[in-house]
Design a protein around this ligand. Structure first.
Ligand code: HEM
Ligand SMILES: [Cu+2]
Length: 858
């Protein structure tokens, strides 16, 4: 850990872990992706100027542009821009000094940035993924995309791996934010009193945790299909439906994940610019919680056109339409806040209001799609395109409002108000010109560039709208550039009625956020001396604390009532160090490794070509796969191989250095933590991580059950014939759970030798498990049974292989800990890391206890 270089140096941005810096990085990066995604859209809208296409793009290029546009906008722009706001603002709104794990936060960012770079590299690998952002099976595996697209299989794999890397970044972010919001709230700030943006973000990250884990599992299976030739999504045995279930179990919550932060911004800006607290604030929060839970119960409305029976479809129609009720409540709360307050039409408010209008239109047209019968008609048409753009870009609208709202806080300067309004006018007109005609062209199939001549005029209007809409963003960038150079200095609080804590400190806020320790114990925000005794039993939820929401009658802003001023001198020296290069290095290592992995299919085929030929020559287990087509992939590409292996080396080294580095995250001594008082940040983080891992395994095991049931449970032929090997391994792992408990006992007694012996025994048992496993797999390979031999084989090898990877990861961590104990007497004073390792290890054991009967006995 070293000092933080000044903001003008590049180095600062490579090593920073400060939440405000990371927030700025997220915001700017996501805006760059917005531009890239927008340019793609303008290109394909230009192509659609004539009904047969203008010839600007080839068919395949059109598909790639549309697909990548969708992926970039949903994943690399819309989710991360909200993460940027959250990074900057959530700690400020809850009175924390930083996120719970600042280095992990920087790591999330670097993984995000590099994953986006990988996505765009895919264009130069023979062409990117072209099968739509929903990546439907079975078109998502190379065997089903012959001809020109097969050459693009490296690029296609790259896009999918890029998405996987993005999901890893998201998962780390969720762990970080959940720990932060649940454990780092300033004294007296109960959950109910949290500002609404933080509330919306809390629910967003909870949804992310579960939704993205399901996507992660799906992407793991897909990547293995593409790189190692397993057959999850290549069969006629339920592949297509399996993908749809996994994707939409993620995909529907995702639409709320991208919308919730926007909703949070709408609540904040409505309060500030209507000068009163949100009407029905508690009910709004309850509605948001309801939506968050219910979002996981509606995914099948994306599958109304499949063979799922009508009763189930009807049920999902009901849950879908039911979810609009809490949304109605939120919409009415916003409208009544306007009616009851005094509105000031500043730029941020205009954008929020615009977002509300668009959301209402998007919501109404969504109910059409939620009705089974109407969906039969509208599904797969431009109606859907129009609907989800109204909803999603409504979210974008509010987020743009957020950019204006917090611009003075982040940049320290005011933007130009009239130009802001001009931007809104161009934006709103452009938007509606772009998307409204799409409702009228609902007979045009989506993602197709040959539309009927009769729709020409609507498509041309949409294309014009697209350019107006795109151009409007240039006004915004010009405004911000002007502001940075010539804009007047922003006061601490430029908005009269904003009440959230970020407005109580200077613009931009100092590195350490607060003079002293923020506290809401008295009902309003105050800064107490860090050294003062902790008052016990502070009021946590009196409902009176002025933490959120303007008021038109009490004319007191936060900064007046708190007396916050510029005297942050006392704390400058204390936290001068926020720097670490290792998050960047780990991101780079992952980048190199994944870049290599995208080209490994050919290497795998080359290495296994004899077995593939022999296998597909003798028995035709999977009738869909043709040996010639697969063998056509053979290509011992040493460049990719080198990247892959080199990346693993680089990554391992960086992780090792990251683990060794001394870094103290700011822990809050006094904080509101209900209901997680006694847990500890890291432990909480480990639990959250394990919760997401449960979903990953749940989805993979679920895929096994799904396909086995599809085949007919008893006609499905399970693979293992070495039942006793599985049984032996069950004993071995269970024993290792005991040794890891003993290790904790030894650590608690500060018994170094005992600790090393018990941890060492755990590692030996883990190695024994892996040895038995290797023997078992070796035996099967000798019989000619490989992971590509058929669907049952894929299921067996991948599910147990994923578990084995978890064991290997545990062994690496365990080995690292052993090294730390040996070299620096680690964990003898503070045994908690041993406990966390134990939690993980027990989890891996429990998974095996589930896998063993499923694969070996049933
Ligand atoms: C207000 C309640 C909503 C309802 C009732 C609703 C309903 C639906 C339905 C039934 C579909 C499937 C249509 C089809 O594929 O035929 C759909 C598609 C979609 N919705 Fe919504 N939706 C709602 C809100 C949202 C929100 C909040 C977002 C995003 C922020 C969103 C984004 C999308 C997207 C991206 C698709 C496209 C799926 C695809 O690519 O096939 N929706 N919606
Ligand atoms: Cu949905």
């Amino acid at each position: 850990m070293s000092d933080l270089p000044p903001k003008r140096s590049l180095k600062r941005w490579l090593v920073t872990t400060n939440h405000k810096d990371v927030g700025i990085l997220y915001l700017t990066t996501s805006l760059v992706f917005l531009l890239l995604g927008g340019i793609l859209a303008l290109i394909f809208r230009a192509h659609l100027w004539e009904s047969g296409g203008t010839g600007l793009l080839s068919g395949n290029e059109f598909n790639q542009s549309v697909t990548t546009h969708g992926l970039v906008m949903v994943f690399w722009f819309l989710s991360p821009i909200a993460t940027g706001f959250a990074n900057y603002l959530v700690p400020l709104q809850i009175g924390a000094k930083d996120l719970a794990f600042p280095r992990l936060n920087a790591l999330s960012y670097w993984l995000y940035l590099f994953s986006g770079v990988l996505l765009f590299i895919s264009f130069f690998q023979g062409g990117s993924w072209s099968g739509g952002w929903t990546i439907y099976a079975p078109l998502n595996v190379p065997m089903y995309t012959p001809g020109a697209v097969i050459e693009a299989s490296v690029g296609g794999t790259m896009a999918i791996i890029a998405l996987m890397m993005f999901v890893i970044s998201i998962t780390m972010g969720t762990i970080n934010f959940l720990t932060t919001i649940h454990r780092q709230r300033a004294e007296g700030l109960g959950l109910w009193n949290m500002p609404l943006f933080t509330w919306s973000w809390l629910l967003t990250v909870w949804m992310m945790l579960f939704a993205f884990a399901a996507l992660f599992a799906a992407l793991i299976m897909l990547t293995i299909d593409r790189v190692m030739l397993t057959q999850y999504f290549a069969t006629d045995q339920g592949s297509g439906l399996l993908w749809a279930h996994l994707f939409w179990f993620f995909g529907h919550p995702e639409v709320y994940i991208v919308f919730f932060p926007a909703l949070g911004i709408m609540f904040e800006t409505f309060q500030t610019f209507c000068g009163r607290r949100l009407v029905g604030r508690k009910w709004v929060i309850i509605s948001m919680i309801l939506v968050a839970v219910q979002s996981f119960l509606v995914w099948m409305h994306h599958m109304f056109l499949t063979t799922i029976n009508l009763e189930v479809k009807t049920l999902f129609m009901a849950t879908t339409i039911g979810i609009s009720l809490p949304f109605d409540l939120m919409v009415f709360a916003l409208i009544y806040t306007m009616v009851k307050g005094r509105v000031r039409f500043t730029t941020p408010f205009l954008f929020s209001l615009g977002a509300l209008v668009l959301f209402i239109l998007g919501g109404i047209t969504g109910v059409f799609l939620g009705a089974v019968v109407l969906d039969y008609e509208f599904r797969g048409t431009y109606w859907v395109v129009a609907h989800f753009h109204y909803v999603m870009v409504s979210g974008v609208t509010a987020l743009v409002g957020g950019l204006y709202y917090w611009w003075p806080k982040i940049s320290g300067r005011m933007y130009h108000e009239f130009t802001g309004k001009l931007h809104f006018a161009a934006y709103f007109i452009g938007f509606n010109l772009l998307y409204f005609p799409m409702f009228l062209t609902w007979e045009t199939p989506r993602r197709v560039f040959h539309y009927s001549g009769g729709d020409l005029i609507w498509h041309q209007m949409a294309t014009i709208g697209a350019f107006v809409f795109g151009f409007s963003f240039l006004i915004m960038f010009a405004n911000f550039a002007w502001s940075l150079i010539w804009g007047p200095k922003a006061p601490d609080n430029p908005w009269k009625y904003s009440r959230t804590a970020e407005w109580a400190i200077p613009s931009p806020p100092p590195l350490d956020n607060w003079p002293g320790r923020p506290s809401y114990a008295s009902g309003t925000l105050e800064f107490v001396e860090e050294t003062s005794a902790h008052p016990a039993g502070a009021a946590t939820d009196g409902g009176t604390a002025a933490t959120d929401g303007g008021t038109a009658t009490v004319d007191a802003t936060v900064s007046e009532s708190t007396g916050a001023s510029g005297d942050e001198h006392a704390h400058e020296g204390e936290h001068a160090d926020h720097a670490s290069i290792w998050p960047f290095m780990i991101g780079l290592g992952t980048f190199i490794m994944f870049l290599g992995m995208s080209g490994m299919t050919g290497v795998v085929v080359e290495l296994m070509s004899d077995q593939i030929a022999a296998h597909l020559g003798t028995e035709d287990v999977s009738s869909n796969v043709n040996a010639d087509q697969i063998l056509g992939f053979a290509d011992m590409n040493y460049v990719y191989l080198t990247f892959f292996l080199g990346g693993i080396g680089f990554l391992s080294y960086s992780l090792f250095m990251f683990g060794k580095e001394q870094f103290n995250a700011p822990e809050m001594e006094v904080a509101e933590r209900w209901p997680f008082e006694g847990v500890g940040n890291t432990k909480f983080g480990v639990w959250v991580f394990l919760a997401s891992d449960v979903i990953v395994f749940g989805a993979v095991i679920g895929a096994y059950l799904f396909m086995r049931i599809w085949a007919g449970w008893f006609t499905f032929e399970p693979i293992p014939d070495y039942t006793w090997a599985g049984l032996l391994n069950t004993y071995i792992l269970l024993t290792s759970s005991f040794t890891v408990i003993l290790a904790l006992v030894m650590a608690e007694r500060s018994n170094k030798k005992g600790l090393m012996a018990c941890l060492g025994a755990t590692i030996m048992l883990g190695l024994a498990f892996m040895a038995v496993k290797a023997w078992e797999w070796g035996g099967k390979f000798a019989q000619g049974d490989y992971w590509f031999s058929g669907l049952e084989y894929s299921l067996y090898y991948v599910t147990t292989g994923l578990h084995a990877l978890h064991v290997i990861f545990g062994l690496l961590v365990g080995g690292f800990m052993l090294y730390r104990i040996y070299t620096i007497d680690a964990y003898l004073e503070d045994e908690r890391p041993v406990e966390f390792f134990g939690l993980y290890w027990h989890f891996v054991d429990i998974v095996w206890v589930i896998l063993f009967p499923l694969f070996y006995l049933m």
